[in-house]
Design a binder for this molecule. Structure first.
Ligand code: NAP
Length: 268
C-alpha cells in the first residue's frame, strides 16, 4: 500500500492540529507526499511538508498553487479541512462573525478549489470536504457554523456532478464530535447581561463536553483512508456509528420533533 502511494501527492488544509494533523500524519505514513497548510506550524513533531498559509488570504492561496507549479507536483488528493466556529446568539455575535465563518468554511475552500481543480482533473483525484453532522442538525448558538457546513455540503454535491466526467471524486466527510482543539478555538460571545446568557453557557458546556469525550481524530483518518481506495466513493460519509444512526433518524423523523430534540439538548 505504501509503495502504491509513493508518487501520490495530498494537500491538506488546517494541518497544524486536530483532524487535519491526523490526516496529514496518517497519509504520510501511508506513503503519500503530504503537504499540510495552516497559519501556524504544528506544535508537535511532524513528518509532512508544512506550508504556512492563511486560506482566507488570496496571496497565500495563490502561493499554494504556485508551489505546485514550480515544483511540478501532481495533486492526487485535496482535503479541505480548515474550519472555524463561533459560539453565541445571532443577535449578539460580532457583526463580522458570519462572514468570517463563511470565509474560512466555504469561500476559502472555493478559492483554493478553483486554482487546483485543473491538477485534480489531470490526476482524476479526490476532493474531500470536511463537513460536519452540524450541517444536517442545526445547532442553536452555533448558527453560523451549522449554516456554513450545510452550504459546504450543497457546494460539494453540485461540484461532484460538474466534475464527474473528469473522474474527480468529490466527497463530504462529516465527523461527529471529535476530540480536538476546536472547542477551545471556538470564539465565544457571552454578554454579561444577556437574556441568552444561561442558555448559551449550558449549550456550549454540553457541546464542549461532547467534543472532549468525542472520537479520536484518527477515526476521521481511517474513514478518509478507506475512501481513497474507492473508485466510486459515496457522496458523503458520516464518521461515527452513533452519528450515522442520528443522521438516519433525522431523515425519517418529523422536522418539528428533531427541532424539539435539538432545543432540549442545545437551547434550553
Ligand atoms: N472537532 C469536532 O468535533 C468536529 C466535528 C465535525 C467537523 N469538524 C471539522 O473538522 C475540521 C477540523 O477541525 P478540528 O476539530 O481539527 O479543529 P482544530 O483543532 O481547531 O483545527 C482547525 C484547523 O484549521 C486551521 N485553520 C483555521 N483557520 C485557518 C485559516 N484561516 N487558514 C489556514 N488554516 C486555518 C487551524 O490551523 P491554524 O490555526 O494554525 O491556522 C487548524 O489546523 C473543521 O472543518 C471542523 O469544522 C470538527
Amino acid at each position: 500500500m505504501k509503495s502504491a502511494n509513493r508518487n501520490r501527492v495530498a494537500l491538506i488544509t488546517g494541518a497544524s492540529k486536530g483532524i487535519g494533523f491526523a490526516l496529514a500524519e496518517g497519509l504520510h505514513l501511508d506513503g503519500y507526499h503530504v503537504i499540510g497548510v495552516a497559519r501556524t506550524e504544528p506544535l508537535q513533531p511532524y513528518s509532512f511538508t508544512f506550508v504556512q498559509a492563511d486560506v482566507t488570504s488570496s496571496s497565500d492561496v495563490d502561493r499554494i498553487a504556485i508551489y505546485f507549479h514550480e515544483n511540478q507536483l501532481p495533486l492526487n488528493v485535496l482535503i479541505q479541512n480548515a474550519g472555524i466556529g463561533y459560539g453565541g446568539a445571532v443577535e449578539e455575535l460580532p457583526s463580522d462573525a458570519f462572514f468570517n465563518t463563511l470565509n474560512v468554511n466555504v469561500l476559502a475552500i472555493d478559492s483554493l478549489n478553483r486554482l487546483l481543480l485543473p491538477l485534480l482533473k489531470t490526476s482524476k483525484g479526490y476532493l474531500i470536504h470536511i463537513g460536519s453532522v452540524a450541517g444536517d442538525l442545526a445547532i442553536p448558538f452555533q448558527t453560523y457554523y451549522s449554516a456554513s457546513k450545510a452550504a459546504l455540503e450543497r457546494y460539494s454535491e453540485s461540484l461532484r456532478n460538474e466534475l464527474k466526467p473528469f473522474e474527480v471524486k468529490v466527497v463530504t466527510v462529516k465527523p461527529g464530535d471529535t476530540k480536538s482543539a476546536f472547542g477551545s478555538n471556538r470564539q465565544k460571545t457571552i454578554q454579561e447581561n444577556s437574556p441568552y446568557r444561561a442558555r448559551i453557557e449550558r449549550s456550549l458546556k454540553r457541546m464542549e463536553a461532547d467534543e472532549a469525550s468525542g472520537m479520536p481524530t484518527k477515526s476521521v483518518y481511517r474513514v478518509v483512508k478507506r475512501l481513497l481506495k474507492q473508485k466510486h466513493p459515496p457522496v458523503s460519509v458520516t464518521v461515527g456509528l452513533s452519528y450515522r444512526i442520528l443522521q438516519g433518524l433525522n431523515r425519517v423523523l418529523p422536522k418539528r420533533f428533531v427541532q424539539w430534540l435539538l432545543y432540549q439538548l442545545y437551547a434550553k
